[in-house]
Design a protein around this ligand. Structure first.
Ligand code: AQP
Length: 348
């Protein structure tokens, strides 16, 4: 692991309605990590088509996610920002890794069960194979660190298993080619902070999600100040005032969620928030949360709006990022082909 240069990879699906969970669980972490790491951030459009997409909406979602990255503070010049379908090595490596991953491992993936629902037979093969594509996304850059929300933890574990099995299955070939003791690193999930799993504003037991039919369940990055205020005011709570210590949040999922959101937006901790708001009633707390959310998200929303108004500029950023990503991914893919024993043109 330590032999690999540190590199961050992560992705966001362009499936519409980017929300506060995506922002706090992933995008703000990306922004912080670019100070210390070499980063690759991807708009994972190949993942998006595992469920039906309207082509026009998909295209604008790809640009919108890119705009969100940049408006939040990601630097596409120092780091790499691109959309997955422009770098064919993702799909190529995913096929190879499909032949490494075991069906038993895939059958344990809880997100497939949730997303496929009752009619599993009708789900796409792509939805089933999604975690292997995610492993390929990470491993094609030999990424060592992957900032994600808690919902992606199991997929990260699968990526680690796939990397390990590839290294083991092909250890002789890897050594014979002088490609080191292990070819792929064991990518580490980075799941930290008070908002690794932001919950629905309508139900503290459900994850805030793009696909929730209730728009009031989430704060979208495209919401204006009035909409944010109205959604927070309507957010489900319980009748008790806030506790003054975190232990008092146990068994109070809605209170826990709102305190976690506040802490993440403020860059503090739940304990810090409760030190200020312990014994406060929800109406006082929600007023402060509205102010904080509007002040934090307002500039991001405005920046996104500005950026999406110039699609040619966004497309140029994505094309430049894809070229730089391709140079890294192509090298890995060529090495993988050599490891497997495929014949290839040496100039490729
Ligand atoms: N509620 C959440 N809290 C914290 N982090 C979250 N993430 C998603 N929801 C939350 C993190 O955001 C990143 C991008 O997610 P994604 O777009 O790739 O896919 P997702 O996890 O499937 O997002 P949704 O909103 O939940 O979409 P649907 O409704 O389609 O299932 C990831 O790092 C994810 O962990």
């Amino acid at each position: 692991m330590s032999n690999f240069p540190q590199r961050v990879f992560s992705g966001v699906q362009p499936t519409g309605n980017l929300h506060l969970g995506n922002y706090l669980g992933a995008i703000t972490k990306f922004v912080d990590l670019q100070q210390t790491h070499d980063c690759v951030f991807c708009v994972v459009d190949l993942h998006a088509i595992t469920v039906p997409q309207d082509p026009k909406a998909l295209k604008s979602s790809i640009r919108e996610v890119t705009a969100a990255f940049i408006a939040a503070g990601i630097d596409p010049v120092k780091h790499i920002v691109f959309n997955q379908s422009q770098v064919s090595a993702h799909a190529e490596l995913a096929w190879v890794l499909n032949c490494v991953a075991r069906i038993g491992w895939m059958n344990r993936m809880t997100q497939f069960k949730e997303k496929a629902g009752k009619d599993r037979e009708a789900a796409s093969v792509g939805l089933y194979a999604y975690p292997v594509l995610m492993a390929a996304d990470i491993l094609v850059y030999k990424a060592t660190h992957v900032p994600v929300g808690e919902d992606q933890k199991q997929h990260l574990e699968l990526a680690r298993d796939v990397a390990q099995k590839f290294n083991l299955d092909y250890s002789e070939s890897i050594a014979a080619l002088g490609l080191g003791e292990t070819f792929f690193p064991q990518p580490e999930p980075l799941i930290q902070g008070p908002a690794t799993r932001v919950m629905s504003l309508r139900d503290g037991a459900k994850k805030m999600s793009k696909s929730d039919p209730s728009d009031n369940s989430r704060i979208n990055l495209s919401d204006d100040a009035d909409t944010i205020a109205s959604k927070i005011r309507k957010a489900k709570t319980d009748p008790e005032p806030l506790p003054s210590e975190t232990a008092g949040l146990a068994g109070r999922p809605e209170a826990d969620n709102l305190v976690g959101i506040f802490a993440a937006l403020q860059g503090s901790t739940k304990a810090g928030v409760l030190a200020d708001f312990g014994n406060a009633n929800f109406s006082t707390f929600k007023t402060a949360l509205v102010d904080l959310a509007v002040a934090s998200l307002g500039p991001v929303t405005a920046g996104m709006k500005r950026l999406v108004a110039d699609p040619a500029h966004i497309d140029a950023i994505l094309c430049d990022g894809a070229e730089r990503a391709d140079a890294i991914a192509r090298k890995t893919m060529n090495e993988v082909k050599d490891i497997l024993g495929f014949v290839r043109a040496k100039s490729a």
